[in-house]
Design a protein around this ligand. Structure first.
Ligand SMILES: C[S@@+](CC[C@H](N)C(=O)[O-])C[C@H]1O[C@@H](n2cnc3c(N)ncnc32)[C@H](O)[C@@H]1O
Length: 202
């Protein structure tokens, strides 16, 4: 593999649009925590554009958590997910001095004493929550991430757009719901509410 990053998916349009709104006002030196790395496309964008002193990315790269049609329970499925993890590790290689990739579920990794040294309270200026996409996971990630964020730091949840059912009725997105429920008694400023939800901690 050459030096140019390689990707299979493109999720960075919304990242560029939304992250540009707060990029210049992040706490410095900047530590970034990303939950859900996939092939590190957003990670590389953040590493190139936000110049962090540290980036920590957590992902289990576990076939059983992915679309079973695309990642079937067989050798081919295992090979495909292994290729994604490998791509992530290759893509961040140019930034290796500031990057830590941890293979595991966010809820396990962030409670694991072995990694305690990485997760000091109020030590991160940005967290991108893009792991398992349901209410409970988004809530668990919010609970674990919030104490780690500095005052003035930013938290972004991905995939928060309201979903329409078959009758066209707009339903509350479960990730947005988890973020709203979690933040009910917190001090923060809303930055954007679109396909992503971004807030700045007071
Ligand atoms: C949409 S992809 C992440 C995309 C990436 N943030 C980007 O923008 O390029 C979601 C990722 O979350 C990971 N994931 C699922 N459950 C997770 C969990 N409990 N903790 C951490 N990552 C998880 C999946 O393995 C998958 O790679």
């Amino acid at each position: 593999m050459g030096n140019k990053p390689a990707y299979t998916r493109n999720w960075t349009g919304k990242v560029k649009r939304n992250f540009a709104t707060f990029a210049d006002s992040l706490p410095r030196p900047l530590r970034i925590l990303e939950i859900g790395v996939w092939e590190a496309r957003t990670a590389v964008w953040m590493l190139e554009n936000l110049n962090p002193a540290a980036y920590i990315g957590i992902d289990p790269w576990d076939r059983s958590l992915l679309d079973q049609k695309k990642f079937p329970e067989n050798a081919e499925g295992e090979a495909k997910v292994w290729a994604i993890e490998n791509l992530a590790r290759e893509n961040v290689r140019p930034f290796i001095s500031v990057v830590t990739l941890i293979k595991g579920l966010s809820q396990d990794v962030m409670r694991d004493p072995a990694y305690e040294y990485l997760f000091d309270c109020k030590s991160f200026g940005l967290s991108y929550i893009d792991g398992f996409h349901d209410y409970d996971a988004a809530m668990a990630d919010a609970i674990n991430v919030w104490p780690l964020i500095q005052s003035g730091g930013v938290v972004v949840w991905d995939d928060t757009v309201a979903l329409s059912d078959k009758k066209g009725k707009r339903n509350v997105n479960p990730i947005q719901q988890a973020a709203d429920d979690f933040l009910r008694n917190k001090q923060f400023t809303e930055l954007f509410r679109n396909e992503q939800y971004g807030v700045r901690k007071a």
